[in-house]
Design a protein around this ligand. Sequence first.
Ligand SMILES: Cc1ncc(COP(=O)(O)O)c(C=O)c1O
Length: 478
Amino acid sequence: MADLPTKSLRYQELADRLSALIQQGTYPSGERIPSVREMSRQQGVSISTVLQAYYLLEDQGLIEARPQSGYYVRAQLAQRLPEPDISSPRRDPSQVSLHELVMIIMRDSLNPGLVQLGAALPILDAQVTQKINRIISSLAREKGLKAHQYQFPPGLMALRTQIARRAVNAGCSLSPSEIQITSGGTEAISLCLHAVCKPGEIVATESPCYFGTLQMLEVHGLRALEIPTHPREGISLEALEFAIEHNPIKAVVVISNFSNPLGSQLPDEKKKALVELLARHDIPLIENDVVGELYFGEKRPLVCKSFDTKGLVMLLSAFSKDISPGLRIGWVAAGRYQAEIEWLKFTLSASSPTVPQMAIAEFLESGGYDQHLRRLRREYAHNANLMSDAVMRYFPEGTRLTRPSGGFVLWVQLPENVDSLELYKVALQGGITLTPGHVFSATYQFSNFIRLNAASFTYPIERALERLGGMIKGLAGS
Ligand SMILES: Cc1ncc(COP(=O)(O)O)c(C=O)c1O
């Protein structure tokens, strides 16, 4: 007992000393610091003390572990790449026609021979996957015929109850009866648009906008009105208000927490103001919170739905990014549109598969979810930092980069003369795939941007980024 406090002080003292050396520039940014073994010898402390000190410095964002290479001093905020400016999309609505490009990118994302830097594939946690597999096996044994019956709208009660309980953390008090289970977030977006818009009508979106939303507008024959969006604080309410006053907007779609691709988060007061603005105009808000649980900060951010007093917010989410994309389970709490959504769900697909609903309900009930989320958040935040530093190291001057506050994607602005579709082709020849900025706008306005998946950061990924940086330099120079 007696030496515990001393030990904990020792590693903190060591971390403080190293932190001071980093701040003074003795160890400048990008420099390798002594290995754990060297440091232990140098300072006369145990390996575990050094490791604890290094973990603490990593958590403080001062150093990073690079795969197979050691610990390096991270660039400090002031030295990091600038962020992209707030976007300035066209002021009139556009038809969407992105499907050909999207399908090419989708096919390449299935190619195991390519380094996948593009598709927003989450990390699949082996422990969680094994646990879900065990649950599925026991469901098959124990539930018998029940596991094979329909789950007509609104879906499995046990799952809706779990979702309603978790929604409290995001500031919502929902009853299970207000929730409809869907086949992933994708179906939830589609049902919401279907419920409130007719072909030819206008929907306001963020800019850049998640291409799945744009695809859905294309399928439903809706027009996109892209609204200027800040890389950290999300959609501009002033611009949205102006757009509402000049266009018959039928719905607004936002990702309030950690937009794809910006990683932006609407601050709470802006969420409230957005809900109030739309309530004044009686416009429904489709709020996508698919990655809301994947925050890098201290606590779960609120959702716009928590400020909704008129039932105008249709909150949707899914378990695709934190449990399993393959189980295809999402949900929507659609406020005053709930009955319409249930009818559409029944008419268009009758039911989402029963076994995945049972499996996720049981996984949530069993209590391991929060611990898993804590691990995942740390890992995503860490990998986003590592990938940001790699972009800074390998990409040419003129590159800009977002600073996401959650999720696992990075949005990179390349020098003006680099066309990301050209880069896409060159990268493919070099065995790398990425997502070109073109697909995040109905008007292809992000032609010198790319989206990177920062969910994992391994040695091959770092080498791929180095090669990609070389290709970008080549295109920028030519
Ligand atoms: C913001 C966002 N919404 C929805 C989806 C689709 O979710 P699902 O796989 O649950 O259909 C994705 C997947 O990349 C996403 O990034």
